[in-house]
Write a protein that binds this ligand. Structure first.
Ligand SMILES: [Fe+2]
Length: 501
């Protein structure tokens, strides 16, 4: 019933590109009310409206993370009303090498932001973006961003080194649902496990959205990510839920990127901006300290074959001219599906041959709401020991929506899981890449290492299974009564579910 209501609400959704304003709905109150089952915000309560204080501060990697750094943030429109012709000066950010004393402002350089208004069901806000340039490699910088008559706190980050040096990164599958209630525990557990992580990778579906610009969900995502979003670079792939569906099931059906992803509104996450047109918002790569991270858009590829080909052509260029030590690709829909009733052969047709030809090390994916690890076919071998390694395909889930593992995946994959919130820690060394998947309670669930041999070949070394948690199955006793055969819907835990008891 809730899905029906959300779809129905899309008939009310109007997009207005004029003036850089996205109008979410002719009746924003409807969207607000319908969002409640997926958030902790009671109906009629204001929680995530923008204010004069900067919020949603987020670091995004540029194409040159040793020399530049992108930052985005948000404020209210109270003073800064560019769309209305206001002549207020642009908001600023200040940055300086981070010393140990408090006089950070004394030598700080100032950068002007570009700002765009965004209208959602939480009203009008202004999203600001800028890129700090002329930075020094391997340097700790402190920065702050301006609000309206105020500033953020001083935050700090370290620029990348110009060549390979060991570092760690975190990878998350779909957060998507009950973000404050359930995803926040994963985000915090991951940071406590790896407080020195240099990069956080999100494989799409950060929010549920899809049938409206439900800004409370984005508020909860940033609430869950907390200050770490402003201290650690976030590498973000777009999932299908980052698209809004307009006029669904009609000849006029159209998909539009949510304003939080859309370059036109200044809030896009593809800060490197080196992908192919028309996908530069969501397809890009960055070389971070000797590792090439490539982000693809599987939603566009699956909706439109031409977009799969376009990305394949670009991908071949990026992979064939790649001097980096390791290569990681992230996108949303799995190359090899893990959950029941799903298959994405087009990705295997256009992308997989390139992954294998050019030796992509890891493919970090989401969408299936289960966990699964699949070695490239032909190299698939269960059990312990080492073997010549192709690409390792991972599917994971961070949020609480949980599906069931297909029988075929259970037979062929090295490790699968149902009903488990997870995060992954990637540890890049010069000759070894260690992968560890942890449950939200901190137990090691899956792990392996890729080792480079002196002859240039690559071996996969399995972790002793006695050190790993056994395979987990759905533990929801009510699951069998659910028509869709899902372990958890993901919004079973919100305010609406509580009211139905
Ligand atoms: Fe998805």
């Amino acid at each position: 019933m809730r899905i029906f209501n959300l779809r129905h609400s899309m008939a009310l959704l109007v997009l207005s590109l004029a003036g850089g304003v996205l109008a979410a709905s002719t009746n924003p109150a409807n969207d607000t009310a319908q969002a409640q089952g997926n958030t902790l915000v009671p109906a009629g309560v204001s929680r995530y409206q923008s204010t004069v204080f900067p919020d949603r501060v987020i670091l995004l990697p540029t194409a040159t993370p040793a020399l530049s750094q992108r930052v985005n943030w948000r404020t209210t429109t109270l003073v800064h009303q560019a769309a209305a012709g206001d002549k207020s000066p642009p908001l600023l950010a200040e940055i300086t090498p981070a010393g140990d004393g408090p006089g950070l402002h004394l030598q700080a350089r100032r950068f002007n932001a570009t700002s765009r208004q965004v209208q959602t069901d939480n009203g009008v806000s202004v999203h600001h973006q800028l890129t700090f340039t002329d930075l020094q490699p391997d340097t700790l910088y402190a920065y702050r961003v301006q609000g309206l008559g105020t500033w953020s706190e001083w935050l700090q980050f370290r620029t990348a080194k110009t060549s390979f040096a060991p570092f760690r990164a975190l990878y998350f599958g779909d957060a998507q649902n009950s973000l404050k209630s359930h995803f926040s525990r994963v985000a915090r557990a991951a940071l406590l496990k790896a407080p020195d992580a240099a990069l956080m990778i999100h494989a799409g579906d950060l929010v549920n959205s899809r049938y409206g610009v439900l800004d409370n969900e984005w508020g909860e995502w940033f609430d869950a990510a907390g200050w770490q979003a402003g201290m650690v670079n976030q590498l973000i792939a777009a999932g299908n839920h980052e698209y809004l569906k307009l006029n669904e099931d009609t000849p006029q059906e159209k998909r539009v990127l949510a304003p939080q992803f859309n370059l036109q509104f200044g809030a896009q996450f593809g800060a490197a901006s080196n992908g192919p047109e028309p996908l530069r918002d969501t397809v890009y790569f960055t070389d971070y300290q000797g590792v090439r991270f490539i982000v693809l858009n599987s939603t566009e590829a699956l909706e439109n074959e031409a977009m799969a080909k376009l990305q394949a052509q670009w991908l071949e260029q990026v992979l064939s001219q790649n001097p980096q030590r390791w290569t990681v690709v992230s996108y949303h829909h799995p190359m090899f599906s893990v959950s029941q009733g799903r298959d994405n052969p087009r990705l295997r047709q256009y992308w997989q041959p390139l992954f294998e030809k050019y030796g992509v090390d890891l493919a970090l994916q989401g969408h299936d709401h289960v966990y699964g690890r699949q070695l490239a076919p032909g190299l698939n071998k269960a059990g312990t020991g080492s073997e010549q390694a192709g690409t390792v395909y991972l599917v994971s889930v961070a949020g609480p929506k949980m599906y069931l593992v297909a029988d075929g995946a259970r037979r062929t994959m090295q490790k699968v899981a149902e009903d488990t919130q997870l995060f992954q820690l990637l540890d890049f060394q010069e000759n070894e890449l260690t992968y560890q998947s942890f449950t939200v309670s901190g137990q090691l669930y899956d792990s392996f290492a890729l080792q480079r041999q002196p002859d240039g070949s690559k071996q996969l070394l399995e972790t002793d299974t006695s050190k790993l948690l056994p395979a987990r199955r759905c533990g929801n006793p009510d699951m069998a009564r659910k028509a869709e055969k899902k372990c958890w819907q993901g919004d079973d835990f919100g305010l609406a579910a509580k009211a139905n008891r």
